[in-house]
Ligand binder design. Structure first.
Ligand code: 5RP
Length: 218
């Protein structure tokens, strides 16, 4: 089965969690795009959605979903999003699409976070995928030095500005054996907006599309 087919299968499986009249948080990326297509085809009617990126907002509006401001919704019952890496404890690396900060805010404000991935995203230990870190532009060089001190090899994501007007450093070779500790350590550096480790607020459920069906980690 192609990777795109697996994304469609897991997107369809996530519909099971979506109820009519819900206020839904929606992530960013190609798996989420497949989810938005499946949502449109399902005929389910949401009250509205909170979007994690301008790209997702456009897609949601294209299918007639009302996109709402998190400041006006209160907490959300459900958040659906993809990931770049998932470990067996449902801890994630996210931010390959650069939407990590809004994704982390929505995940934090949601009662249930259902992560949808194909099996290529599952790892025993996080860290093969370079860890995205969103930084305030004036702190770029300072944060790069601090990330190097932590053992990483940061690289500025070229020609990329986040929806929040910031930069992204992609960091290779960090030791992520203790992702909770590393998330705390990176997030407390002045100038870091957030890092793409989702260990403190991990997924509640991970749906994994495999050649033989959908696996569920929870
Ligand atoms: C965007 C993300 C995405 O969830 C992650 O990059 C996975 O994307 P895709 O579904 O395209 O593989 O964190 O910031």
């Amino acid at each position: 089965m192609s990777q795109q087919r697996l994304k469609i299968e897991v997107a369809r499986a996530a519909l099971e969690y979506v109820e009519d009249g819900m206020l839904l948080g929606v992530g960013t990326g190609s798996t989420v795009n497949a989810f938005i297509d499946e949502l449109a085809a399902s005929g389910k009617r949401l009250e509205g959605a909170v979007s994690s990126s301008e790209a997702t907002t456009q897609r949601l509006e294209d299918i007639g979903v009302k996109v709402m401001d998190l400041n006006h919704t209160g907490d959300l019952s459900l958040y659906i999003d993809g990931a770049d890496e998932v470990d067996p404890h449902r801890r994630l690396i996210k931010g390959g699409g650069g939407a990590l900060t809004r994704e982390k805010i929505i995940a934090a404000a949601s009662r249930q976070f259902v992560c949808i991935v194909d099996e290529s995203k599952c790892v025993k230990l996080l860290g093969e995928f370079p860890l995205p870190v969103e930084v305030i532009p004036m702190a770029r060089a300072y944060i790069s030095r601090q990330l190097t001190r932590l053992g990483g090899q940061p690289e500025l994501r070229e020609n990329f500005v986040t929806d929040n007007g910031n930069l992204v450093l992609d960091v290779r070779n960090l030791d992520l054996v203790d992702p909770l500790k590393m998330e705390t350590e990176i997030n407390q550096l002045p100038g870091v907006v957030t890092c793409g480790l989702f260990a403190h607020r991990r997924a509640d459920v991970v749906l994994v599309a495999t050649e033989s069906g959908i696996d569920r980690l929870k």
